[in-house]
Design a binder for this molecule. Structure first.
Ligand code: GTQ
Length: 345
């Protein structure tokens, strides 16, 4: 690979003349924007321990009333991007949100897509597009682009959930904005009931639903049972994994980020190939050792880490006798749609 000319090699007045005309030479920056063989990600392998986050989040509950926050969130920011950018990866944003009993986070809608993975506490709910979705540990609730959503809490203990948004990408596209709305009227129908059983779809008068997002809540009880059944049915299968999909189309549940649940068998070590999208791991139940290149993290329940793209990841169940359940989010729908998805073995 030959060395290309540097900016310092050019006469300063020549560079200044160009800059006045909003022109820059490509060759000093060519290797930076098109590095050899693989990207040079800003995303760093990073871990956030729930034991570190929780006391600071509860403190935010004391310091900042919900009216002053709208969404009381501590952002899990990747230092490789600069903390102020509030990015976990190029396209993913992660936040831990706290709602206290009796609080209400008012209705709004926005262009970025979001999901909530419930971490702790009972009694809260998110109303999405008029569907009141109860929040229990491990449940996944979608708030896709453009749909009204608000959070409420009828329980007695603090509730915490993990927000995953494609905000960094949508913001980068200069397409991010929100609209505030009124409290939603709650409908009786709920997609998580209508689509509660795999392979059986509602067809009133032979018609399939034309709703873009027919299912907004994926209860953990169902996902967990599906993983245990899959593990028992396919004892030789190393990777026991499910994808959260739109039940009408079989496509990814949202357009930009992908969501998955993974079961590590007791004592299992699972090697994931290097793939182009960055990936987030969050332990729902159990614990795992996570090796990302030269970085090693020990994850317990409610701990979260992220891996840059193009990087192999090894997951080891810390428990010899019990399965470990991990929620994953990644950028693969985005990479596939844009034609840049790659797996490197
Ligand atoms: O709960 O609607 O973490 O709008 C960031 C932006 C949560 C939310 C976040 C949001 C929300």
């Amino acid at each position: 690979m030959n060395e290309l000319g540097r900016l310092e090699d050019l006469p300063a007045d020549y560079v200044a003349d160009m800059r006045k005309l909003n022109l820059v030479p490509l060759w000093p920056s060519l290797r930076g924007v098109l590095p050899p063989l693989k990207p040079r990600p800003n995303t760093q392998a990073t871990m956030w321990a729930y034991a570190d986050i929780k006391p600071l989040l509860l403190k935010a509950g004391e310091l900042t009333p919900i009216e002053k926050a709208e969404r009381r969130v501590l952002v899990l920011a990747n230092p490789g991007h600069g903390l102020e950018k509030m990015q976990a990866s190029a396209a993913m944003y992660l936040g831990m949100q706290l709602l206290l009993p009796g609080e209400w986070a008012p209705s709004h809608r926005h262009t970025p897509n979001a999901v909530r993975m419930i971490v702790e506490g009972e009694g809260a709910y998110t109303t999405v597009d008029g569907e009141k979705c109860p929040m229990s540990r491990g449940d996944l609730i979608l708030t896709p682009t453009g749909l009204w959503h608000e959070h409420g809490h009828d329980g007695t203990e603090p509730v915490v959930w993990l927000d995953v948004l494609d905000l960094p990408l949508v913001y980068y596209m200069e397409a991010s904005y929100h609209i505030n709305g009124d409290r939603q009227a709650v409908k009786a129908e709920r997609g998580d009931r209508a689509y509660a059983r795999g392979g059986l779809l509602p067809t009133p008068l032979f018609e399939r639903s034309s709703k873009k997002y027919p299912m907004l809540r994926y209860p953990w009880s169902e996902a967990r049972a599906a993983l245990l059944t899959l593990a028992a049915d396919q004892p030789a299968q190393a990777c026991v994994q499910i994808t959260y999909v739109n039940p009408e189309t079989g496509e990814d549940a949202e357009n930009i980020l992908g969501f998955y649940a993974l079961m590590l068998r007791p004592g299992q070590t699972l090697q994931l190939p290097a793939r182009s999208p960055a990936c987030v791991f969050h332990v729902i139940e159990g614990g795992a050792e996570v090796q990302i290149d030269t970085h090693h993290f020990t994850l317990g329940e409610a701990d979260t880490c992220c891996a840059p793209g193009y990087t192999p990841v090894t997951l080891t169940n810390r428990h010899a006798e019990q399965p470990t359940f991990i929620f994953m989010a990644d950028e693969s729908p985005l990479h596939r749609k844009l034609g840049v998805y790659e797996v490197r073995n």
